[in-house]
Design a protein around this ligand. Structure first.
Ligand SMILES: [Zn+2]
Length: 106
């Protein structure tokens, strides 16, 4: 697999991020695309669900058409990546806060 074939979907992610709901499961993520609710197309109103998972080799896959057809980094993967990164940051900050709390009790 060549990396040049992979198209990163930042533009579609930026456009749709407010409609993407990421929830973490045991070993994968579920991304719900709530749709924009705008426009007359059916697609804009329906809720779609995608599963984003990572295999042991670290390859991320998604169940959406974009990934299956183009093998590209889709917006769902980006949504998961952003969420995972944010959670890690939060964890670090919570840990820091706990340490500071413990220190202040001395
Ligand atoms: Zn996808």
């Amino acid at each position: 697999m060549t990396s040049t074939k992979r198209i990163v979907r930042w533009e579609t992610y930026e456009r749709d991020k407010n409609n993407l709901l990421v929830s973490k499961w045991q070993n994968h993520y579920i991304v719900l695309n709530l749709g924009t609710g705008k426009g007359k197309s059916k697609k804009a109103h329906e809720v779609r669900q995608y599963k984003v998972s990572k295999d042991e080799a670290g390859n991320v896959s998604c169940t959406c058409d974009d990934f299956l057809k183009n093998n590209s980094v889709c917006k769902h993967q980006l949504a998961v990546w952003v969420k995972a990164r944010t959670e890690k940051k939060q964890q670090n900050e919570e840990r820091k806060a706990r340490v500071l709390q413990a220190v202040s009790k001395w």
